[in-house]
Design a protein around this ligand. Structure first.
Ligand code: NAP
Length: 260
């Protein structure tokens, strides 16, 4: 019997987890992407793209596809889909696990100012003009139009369209991982004096945090949003081990509840 697993992705870990579970003879994996990135990295497993239509739409999808296990492996700042996933799993009676990579903690030498929202981050830059590195998604940078006095260096995977309504902004297109040495060179080249970052966790984007520390540069760190409380693991290996140890059968509901 093949067990159907839906992985909500958009992260490196989701792709790695999908590959790992797809290699099991008893699992059939579907990886779901939101469809935001114009040229997503090849995922190497069966994929679907686009929103489900809220928690209700996702619950219908889970039922219609006879999904046995839902895994939320989305980015820690993708709070809406995580909330939808928890609710849809409850409504459809499908077990859910989450892959939640731990956030970064400040270490000696870090100069972090922690704030709750991107709007507060813009405010925290202060009134005097500064050279600001925004390593944020294109939807998040709009908040900085409220602080047009700064010079911005904006790095994103896809172009920021429309451009920010500020007089002084430079745009860089790049996809991580980014190493500390390269990040340090970038910060120096652009005479950056403050970095605005999400607390994404993981290695791939930590380079700018380490580089800022080495250069004594302030980091305005936007705290993580609240996420639903579901069973979770911190790494791909740990999550795959939960599936292995318990066996996918453990997650499968009785046939009469599945409606398939
Ligand atoms: P979000 O605000 O939590 O979700 C907005 C809507 O996008 C959801 O309600 C859902 O639409 C759809 N959606 C999100 N993730 C999806 C997925 N994996 N499969 C199908 N539909 C999905 O999400 P976001 O912050 O815009 O992030 C979008 C995607 O980019 C996520 O997959 C996330 O893992 C990835 N990502 C996000 C960040 C970040 O910083 N936010 C960084 C790296 C990667 P419906 O309600 O119509 O189902």
């Amino acid at each position: 019997m093949t067990h159907r697993i839906l992985i909500l992705g958009g992260t490196t870990e989701a792709r790695q987890l999908a590959g790992k579970l797809a290699a099991r003879a008893d699992c059939s994996v579907m990886l779901s992407l939101a469809g935001r990135t114009e040229n997503p990295v090849a995922q190497g497993v069966p994929m679907r793209t686009g929103g489900f239509g809220g928690a209700d739409g996702l619950a219908v999808y889970l039922r219609e596809t006879g999904t046995d296990l839902l895994i939320d492996a989305t980015h820690p700042y993708a709070a809406r889909i995580s909330a939808n996933a928890a609710q849809a799993a409850r409504v459809a009676g499908v077990p859910i696990l989450a892959l939640r990579r731990p956030g970064w903690e400040p270490v000696e030498g870090d100069r972090w100012t922690q704030v709750d929202t991107f709007g507060y981050a813009a405010h925290a830059l202060g009134p005097a003009p500064r050279h600001v590195f925004l390593a944020l998604g294109r939807q998040e940078v709009a908040a900085f139009e409220a602080a047009p006095q700064h010079h911005y260096l904006i790095r994103s995977v896809d172009p920021v369209e429309p451009k920010l309504a500020v007089p002084d902004a430079e745009y860089l297109l790049a996809r991580g991982p980014f190493r500390e040495a390269e990040e340090r060179a970038l910060l120096e080249k652009h005479r950056i004096d403050v970095v605005v970052s999400k607390n994404s966790g993981g290695e791939a984007t930590y380079g700018k945090i380490a580089a800022a520390r080495a250069l004594g540069i302030e980091v305005v760190m936007v705290r993580r949003p609240a996420l639903p409380d579901v069973n979770s693991a911190e790494t791909v290996e740990a999550l795959a081990a939960i599936v292995d140890q318990l066996g996918v059968d453990h997650f499968v509901r009785p046939v009469d509840e599945r409606g398939v």
